[in-house]
Design a protein around this ligand. Structure first.
Ligand SMILES: C[S@@+](CC[C@H](N)C(=O)[O-])C[C@H]1O[C@@H](n2cnc3c(N)ncnc32)[C@H](O)[C@@H]1O
Length: 376
């Protein structure tokens, strides 16, 4: 594939349904560098696996540019999966890839693995372990990222799982690390981590990519101090559930409640399922991989608990939280409650008033504000 053809493919990609903004793109120079590096390595019949594709640039680039008929893909984000599907349909490449968990099905007999490096070392470690455990012994791993987001810690994680780890020269502010020769995998995979949180009296299950790992986030800790003041509802949603601590704590307190714990991250959803089961509420906590409750019916919840995100990728962007508020406005039944915790400097109260309804400040500590919004 020529550089021009790759430009044409990349130019046709959209981030939708993720946040779309003028300063946010559906591909980056790392996608290009990974594909160009892969072109010198891929052979006839090589099984290609893509991990961490954002919106389809790597998967669709591999299908059009590397001469492979089929690609196995693992994407953590629900929005990324939908974007890949849409982009594949517009480029006529649908049915040429399959989505998998981070498991043997994804990696069995894989010869070339293209990875967009994740933000956290824990997420990278879970990926590196899976590749070393399941891919072919002669597999080549190309892990790429923006130089400003890469750290020597990433090399150390890869060196734990591969005998040969070679960072390549950077280009256009991106760099690829080539890893080969997987080491023998430990008996037990490093993830999920399952740890007690003594101050809550529960056990938390955390996969590598999940927000805050197995630790209790300090904003969540503050929101939980209001648990007794929240309405005793039957239809509850833990929106952006992460490890599912809010869902589990609410379900333990209110035995009649049915809680949907939902997140855009597959790692979060798997973690929340593990947390609910570890604490005996697995039957009343339904986990759902979704984007901002898009598959829940309007007016179907009486209470929503929310500790919203405020990062989109590496840039600070309020769009992600506003999208959650809009979703809560749609899914709450009239008179329903949204409880939100946020960094006080973000001043979300106006948006909550506008999008949901009357919003009261229930508490404020040196860092966080907790609000209750009533759906009008
Ligand atoms: C600040 S974390 C809170 C996690 C968890 N509720 C807790 O309290 O520890 C925000 C969570 O929202 C999720 N998230 C962000 N955007 C989302 C979206 N559009 N739909 C669903 N979940 C989303 C993130 O994956 C992340 O797990």
């Amino acid at each position: 594939m020529t550089a021009l053809e790759l430009d044409t493919l990349f130019g046709s990609l959209s981030r939708f349904p993720d946040v779309v903004a003028d300063n946010l793109q559906a591909y980056d120079a790392t996608d290009r560098l990974l594909l160009e590096t892969a072109a010198g390595i891929v052979g006839a019949g090589t099984n290609v696996v893509v991990i961490g594709d954002r919106y389809g640039a790597l998967t669709l680039g591999a299908l059009t540019g590397l001469g492979v008929g089929h690609v196995r893909v693992h994407q953590d984000l629900f929005t990324g999966r939908l974007a890949l599907e849409r982009n594949a349909a517009t480029t006529g490449l649908e049915n040429r890839f399959t989505q998998h968990g981070l498991d043997a099905e994804l990696l069995d007999n894989a010869g070339l693995i293209l990875i967009q490096l994740p933000k956290s070392l824990a997420e990278l470690e879970e990926i590196a372990d899976a590749v070393a455990r399941f891919a072919a012994p002669e597999a080549v791993v190309l892990a790429g990222g923006r130089v400003k987001h890469m750290s020597t810690g990433m090399n150390l994680v890869l060196e734990k799982y591969f005998s040969s780890v070679q960072p390549q020269l950077g280009r256009q502010k991106s760099r690829v690390i080539i890893a080969r020769t997987p080491k023998a995998a430990p008996d037990e995979p490093p993830f999920p981590v399952v740890e007690p949180v003594p101050e809550l009296g529960i056990t938390v299950c955390a996969h590598g990519a999940v927000f805050s790992g197995a630790r209790l986030d300090i904003g969540t800790r503050y929101l939980l101090t209001f648990l007794d003041r929240m309405t005793a509802a039957r239809r509850v949603v833990d929106l952006g559930c992460g490890t599912g601590i809010l869902a589990t704590m609410y379900a333990r307190r209110h035995k009649e409640a049915l809680v949907v714990a939902t997140d855009q991250s597959a790692a979060a959803v798997d973690s929340a399922r593990g947390t609910a089961e570890a604490n005996g509420v697995g039957e009343r906590v339904l986990v759902l991989h979704d984007d901002a409750m898009s598959t829940l019916e309007a007016g179907s919840a009486d209470l929503i608990l929310l500790n919203p995100p405020f990062h989109v990728g590496a840039s600070v962007h309020a769009g992600a939280a506003l999208k959650m508020f809009e979703a809560a406005a749609r899914v709450l039944a009239p008179g329903g409650e949204l409880w939100t915790v946020y960094n006080s400097h973000l001043q979300y109260r106006g948006a909550l008033e506008r999008l949901i309804g009357p919003t009261s400040e229930e508490g404020r500590n040196p860092k966080f504000t907790v609000t209750r919004s009533l759906k009008s």
